[in-house]
Design a protein around this ligand. Structure first.
Ligand SMILES: N[C@@H](CCC(=O)N[C@@H](CS)C(=O)NCC(=O)O)C(=O)O
Length: 199
């Protein structure tokens, strides 16, 4: 198995965390790719040219990150999502919200990265940040707990928090202190996994 990824990618961090938690050696199965170069290995396996993309031992390509999470969950006999239907729905919704916040963060980065300065549309960036803020407020009001065990939603949340720290330092720490509390608890409980945060 291979996971095509880049170190800063939050969705890649999520699936690498999941792979490690499911018993794979995430570092040794991971292969760095630069999406900007559209490398053959990536685009021949994923026409969207996006990461993460997982290649199975049979050479099958799996994307996007949520399909990879479901694959890893099946491969590991259900390590990533609770069996209880209500708890599973909660885990999947936490993953959707955390991934969705990540989508809004990435949209802001790409707006600046892929436009010349005079074409950057600040209202678009502001709209994305409003969604981020609503999402983080919602999580602050309903703080996720690791007490009943780790699941895919927590891994998405941890990856999103790592991306906030990497690309948005200084913009969230005071208003949403629960994020650092969650990251601290996660790191204490799972120190080996924590090393896989976006870099
Ligand atoms: N919904 C996708 C999003 C994947 C995604 O947008 N990945 C980014 C890197 S963090 C990417 O590949 N960007 C390059 C591109 O869009 O061409 C997932 O969950 O895997």
């Amino acid at each position: 198995m291979k996971i095509l990824y880049s170190p800063a990618s939050p969705y890649s961090a999520k699936v690498r965390l999941a792979a490690q938690y499911c018993g794979f050696d995430a570092q040794s199965v991971s292969v760095v790719v630069n999406t900007g170069d559209s490398p053959e290995l990536l685009v021949s396996n994923n026409p969207l040219g996006k990461i993460p993309t997982l290649l199975t031992v049979d050479g099958k390509a799996i994307f996007d990150s949520r399909a990879i999470m479901q694959f890893l969950n099946r491969e590991s006999g259900g390590k990533l999502y609770p069996e209880d239907p209500a708890a599973r729905t909660d885990a999947e919704v936490l993953e959707a919200l955390s991934d969705g916040i990540t989508d809004c963060l990435i949209a802001q980065i790409y707006e600046k990265r892929f436009h010349p300065p005079e074409k950057i549309h600040q209202p678009w960036i502001d709209m994305q940040w409003t969604k981020v803020a609503r999402g983080l407020d919602h999580l602050q009001a309903h703080p996720p707990s690791l007490e009943s065990g780790l699941n895919g939603g927590h891994l998405s949340l941890f990856a999103m928090a790592g991306y906030l720290a990497l690309r948005f330092a200084g913009q969230w720490e005071e208003r949403w202190p629960w994020i650092n509390t969650f990251v601290g608890e996660f790191t204490k409980a799972y120190p080996e996994l924590a090393t896989l945060a976006p870099q």
